[in-house]
Design a binder for this molecule. Structure first.
Ligand code: COA
Length: 385
């Protein structure tokens, strides 16, 4: 296996983008990414593009061909990758493995979703739950995460105030991100007083419905070293799946697929969570960030809530989580999210994160999750010193 680096990124604004089509979103992110990398279109050898359900959202399948053609990459070996909300992370891993294997030198990893085009987002998203046992019986994603939250509260005493602390912190970070869908600060009072979506989760405990696209370009590390830019290497890649129905798992207050994917990424890198400086964590709901920080080993089981409330995951805390604003404030165009997380790591590690820049981070981790924990990818990136 060769060492692989991220050499460029492109990210559209996230939000309700009524004037920008699915293919436009991808074409914009792709063009920005190639320009950032300084690589011509005819040098790119293949692409993996994460998208959860373009067929349901906008009626377009056969997606990789459509997107690449429209982005000026006709003829490219391109594949659409689907793993629900972890589609972007899975696309990134496929691109990484292709460069690492030596089969290709320049591979694009992209993600895109157009969720505001008229289709019922709650229905489309619920197709990522178990159809026979969950969705058919009326379960929605806010409903599934509300059950996880209730189980976590019953087992560990997690409080609504601790959930709110995650939302307040992520909106504070998102307010510094010009690409975020909701770049506004909110208070604990706003979160706790908001309209209920699925008890105990209110409007501000939920990631929004978002349009957006993201791309990164991968290349061998030897090539990256010639560019005169900071060299950001991929040093760990972990991927795991689990039963997608919540009731098929032993303890609904946990999401074991996260720990399994992390364990694989840590094994490859030879590191532990103590060697990581910051993380982008899949906060599709506030409770998800709390559980995932526990599964990743950042905090002990049951300590994710108290840690968030104590400011430990803030930008100036002991382990910053979701400096981008996370899915909560930046937005969650499901197929693009995993790549957007990598973009944040790349921006932070190259010193280009603007008003939310951390002080000299060396290693970042991105954790991208499908459904209520039926799949997960974990990637660790390091900037060469
Ligand atoms: N955070 C902050 N503000 C939000 C928001 C969010 N998540 N969602 C909506 N808003 C704002 C809107 O801008 C709007 O403000 P305005 O009235 O000033 O324009 C207001 O709140 C109402 O928004 P609206 O879009 O009408 O809300 P909705 O009721 O249609 O949808 C949710 C709200 C939470 C139900 C929806 O965003 C949702 O389903 N989220 C979860 C998505 C999901 O499950 N993703 C997959 C995860 S696995």
């Amino acid at each position: 296996m060769r060492d692989v680096a991220v050499i460029g990124m492109g990210l559209t604004p996230f939000g309700e983008l009524w004037d920008t089509s699915l293919r436009d979103l991808f074409a914009i992110a792709c063009a920005d990414c190639l320009e950032d990398a300084g690589v011509a279109r005819d040098q790119v050898q293949s692409a993996y593009i994460g998208c959860m359900t373009s067929g349901l959202f906008v009626g377009q399948e056969h997606l990789a061909s459509v997107l690449c053609d429209y982005a000026g990459l006709r003829g490219l070996a391109a594949t659409r990758v689907e793993s629900a909300c972890a589609s972007g992370g899975a696309a990134f891993r496929a691109a990484y493995l292709e460069v690492a294997s030596g089969a290709s030198d320049f591979v694009l990893a992209g993600g895109v979703e157009k969720m505001n085009d008229g289709a019922d987002a709650t229905y489309c998203l619920a197709t990522a739950a178990d159809q026979e046992y969950e969705a058919y019986n009326g379960v929605t994603f806010p409903g599934l995460y509300a059950m996880i939250a209730k189980a976590h509260m019953a087992k560990h005493g997690t409080t609504p105030q601790q959930l709110a602390a995650v939302a307040v912190k992520n909106h504070r970070n998102g307010a510094k991100n010009p690409k975020a869908q909701f770049p506004l600060e909110i208070s604990e009072k706003t979160v706790l007083g908001a309209v209920r979506v699925a008890e105990p989760l209110g409007l501000f405990d939920c990631s929004p419905v978002t349009d957006g696209a993201a791309c990164v370009l991968l290349a061998p590390v030897e090539f990256a070293r010639k560019l005169g830019k900071p060299v950001v290497k991929i040093i760990g890649s972990g991927h795991a799946t689990d039963a997608i129905a919540l009731h098929d798992r032993k303890d609904p207050s946990t999401i074991p697929v996260v720990a399994l994917a992390a364990q694989r990424a840590f094994k490859q890198s030879g590191l532990t969570i103590r060697d990581i400086d910051f993380a982008e964590v899949h906060d599709c709901f506030t409770i998800a960030e709390i559980v995932c920080t526990e599964e990743l080993g950042i905090f002990e089981p049951g300590q994710g809530g108290p840690a968030a409330a104590a400011g430990k995951t803030a930008r100036d805390g002991e382990f910053p989580v979701n400096t981008s604003g996370g899915l909560k404030s930046k937005g969650h165009p499901v197929g693009a999210t995993g790549i957007a997380q990598i973009c944040e790591l790349y921006a932070q590690l190259t010193g280009n994160a603007g008003g939310r820049q951390l002080k000299n981070p060396r290693r970042g981790l991105a954790q991208n999750m499908g459904g209520s924990g039926g799949s997960c990818t974990v990637h660790i990136l390091e900037v060469e010193q």
